[in-house]
Design a protein around this ligand. Structure first.
Ligand code: NAG
Ligand code: NAG
Ligand code: NAG
Length: 351
């Protein structure tokens, strides 16, 4: 009798364990099945968007057709729809490099993505461009991986761990003393040396680092983007408030990103002189670094909403942010439509 009871007890314990396991497995299993199913209908263009105020104009854009499908995963929402003949997955990252890097990696790991289109607003460091212009850089760098040099050392002194290959003086530095209001004074903050990012590309050897500072946009996407230069953009907020110069779409050489909101004229002009950048913002380089390592083509389209501290007035973003966001959406939509043309699909789009 005792042994039968024990048998029944064991069986029910086993069943309970199995049921619990199933309940856990079920939650993930259901999402996993859905992901497998949508991937059978791939590939998709991944549209990575920083903030709500940049996503909403796309959700309301006449040429965006949402499907009913939404997949939530890891705190992110993946929205399915189409633009022109292209199936797209939209995902919002939230502010900054960590959010945009993680979200881009999730997108590329979970779904069958043929290319990434990232759009939004940016500060403008390039004095020859205007607020409202939409810029498409060829190269992106993360500008806030630093080695901060001790006071007393200078450009001829090796950085800590430089001999290991961990840090380098190749990219150059910011001398903080150069920006004192009293030009004769010294400054304990000394020098900040820019560092390339350590990367682990999908076709490399895991744990064997490579380095990159300027991440190139995929050549084919960049050439395609040049055809957007003829696009007409909205130049007015309303009947009375317009940009002083009609906005344009233009390809530019470089942009930089960091988890830093830049509203400072001195740093703006330093970073322009040093790196010849146009947009300066907080997400694109992370999207670029992840896409590059996963060998998925990407492009970044950013509308200039302010002068990153270079303007006469306090930051202009407050006034022109909606106009800039709308214009970045328009350029992104037109870019995705260009991807639909048959000869584009046929050609190789790997980096
Ligand atoms: C931006 O687009 C939205 C529609 O998504 C529209 O309601 C709004 O008026 C536009 N704003 C500007 C400044 O163009
Ligand atoms: C500091 O300023 C001098 C003089 O303007 C300039 O030549 C030099 O490149 C600057 N150095 C740095 C690291 O910014
Ligand atoms: C147009 O927009 C500006 C800036 O937001 C605002 O000050 C002005 O009142 C608006 N004019 C009209 C006619 O809505």
């Amino acid at each position: 009798m005792r042994s039968v009871n024990f048998f029944i007890f064991s069986i029910s314990a086993l069943l309970i364990a199995l049921l619990l396991q199933q309940a856990n497995g079920e939650a993930f299993g259901e999402t996993k099945r859905l992901i497998d199913k949508v991937n059978k209908n791939g590939p998709y263009v991944g549209v990575v968007i920083p903030n709500l105020f940049e996503m909403n104009p796309l959700l309301n854009y006449p040429e965006y057709t949402p499907s009913r499908l939404i997949i939530d995963f890891g705190g992110r929402r993946f929205r399915f729809g189409s633009v022109g003949k292209k199936q797209v997955i939209l995902v919002m990252t939230g502010l900054g490099m960590l959010n945009s890097g993680v979200t881009t990696q999730l997108l590329l790991s979970l779904f069958d993505i043929e290319g990434v289109v990232h759009y939004g607003i940016a500060g403008n460091a390039n004095p020859s461009l205007n607020i409202g212009d939409v810029v498409i850089p060829q190269y992106w760098a993360h500008s806030a991986l630093w080695s901060w040099q001790r006071y007393g050392n200078g450009q001829d002194d090796a950085l800590p761990l430089e001999d290991n290959g961990d840090y380098t003086r190749d990219v150059g530095y910011l001398n903080i003393r150069n920006y004192s209001t009293d030009s004769e004074s010294d400054n304990f903050l000394n020098n900040i040396w820019y560092q390339p990012e350590e990367i682990f590309p999908v076709d490399g050897t895991p744990e064997e680092r490579q380095h990159v500072f300027w991440v190139p946009v995929e050549k084919h996407y960049f050439n395609l983007a040049k055809t957007l230069e003829s696009l007409t953009l909205e130049g007015c907020l309303n009947a009375t408030t317009c940009l002083s110069t009609p906005p344009k779409v233009t390809t530019v050489e470089r942009g930089t990103s960091a988890s830093i909101y830049l509203d400072n004229a001195a740093y703006r002009s330093f970073i322009y002189d040093k790196f010849n950048i146009s947009p300066v913002e907080m997400e694109s380089a992370a999207v670029a670094l992840i896409s590059y390592q996963q060998r998925v083509p990407f492009i970044v389209i950013r509308a200039l909403s302010d002068l990153a501290g270079g303007g006469e007035q306090s930051n202009e973003a407050d006034t022109f942010i909606t106009l800039a966001a709308n214009n970045s959406v328009k350029a992104a939509v037109e870019f995705i439509k260009l991807l639909s043309s048959p000869e584009r699909i046929a050609s190789s789009i790997r980096i």
